[in-house]
Design a protein around this ligand. Structure first.
Ligand code: MN
Length: 246
């Protein structure tokens, strides 16, 4: 698939989202991002062939094998996306707040012992519409399968937990904090200044560094001034003009 679709959908002068990156670590990585876009969903991404193969899961993953979670395959994302959290400004594809809900290493169910061979195996399985893998995340652990639905839409898959010692019937999405910033989606939306959201605020409100400095000078407490600036960012509430997208 490559990244051309990903790049076409986005304007990088107004979104803080990453553009590239290479999977150069010793292990294959996965990430699950919680994304409060036009509809709240979870983006499940597996590093395969130097990019992140991606599925949008409306209900989020589950550790209960009885829950077969619909996963809509979407465009490949760049490797650097695995660390992305912050705010995608209004008017952009997938506008809304993102946190890294879970991340870690993963491997095919029967690892070959080499990352390159593992990726070849996974690409083959991807084409065949049946991926089996083990996740080593903070929240998601153990064996899972992603299975393509044959009779449904082209891009519809199911994410299913295999039976193993990590099965748990408690809804794992109740653990709602980022594994990077420890923020919930709501906390990230309110205070994205310390992460990628800073560029986003500037882009959407026109508040420049100079203006921010001036504003800060007038105030006795620069901290509260910054807070005020952050609060000038557009509200994250659902709005009619929000661009739909995963
Ligand atoms: Mn998304």
């Amino acid at each position: 698939m490559g990244l051309s679709t990903y790049r076409k959908k986005r304007s990088f002068d107004v979104t803080p989202e990453p553009q590239g990156g290479k999977g150069d670590l010793a292990e294959l990585r996965f990430v699950v991002q919680k994304h409060d876009a036009s509809r709240l969903h979870y983006d499940f991404r597996l590093e395969i062939g130097g990019v992140l193969k991606s599925w949008a899961i409306p209900k989020g993953p589950s550790l209960n094998p009885e829950d077969k979670r619909l996963a809509m395959m979407v465009e490949d994302h760049p490797f650097d996306y695995r660390n992305f959290e912050g705010v995608i400004p209004e008017g952009n594809y997938g506008a809304g707040t993102v946190i890294v809900w879970d991340e870690g290493a993963f491997e095919p169910l029967e690892p070959t012992g080499s990352k390159t061979s593992d990726e070849k195996l996974l690409l083959k399985a991807l084409k065949a519409g049946s991926l089996k893998f083990s996740l080593h995340g903070h929240k998601l652990k153990g064996e899972f399968a992603l299975v393509k639905l044959k009779k449904a839409e082209n891009n519809a898959w199911l994410l299913i937990k295999h039976r193993d010692e990590y099965v748990n019937e408690t809804d794992v999405t109740r653990k709602d904090k980022s594994v990077i910033s420890k923020k919930t989606i709501e906390q990230m939306a309110k205070n994205p200044a310390k992460v990628y959201g800073k560029a986003a605020i500037k882009a959407t409100t026109g508040i420049t560094k100079k203006a921010a400095k001036k504003f800060t000078k007038k105030s006795s407490s620069s901290k509260s001034a910054l807070k005020k600036l952050a609060s000038k960012a557009p509200s994250r509430k659902k709005s009619a003009n929000r661009t739909p997208g995963y």
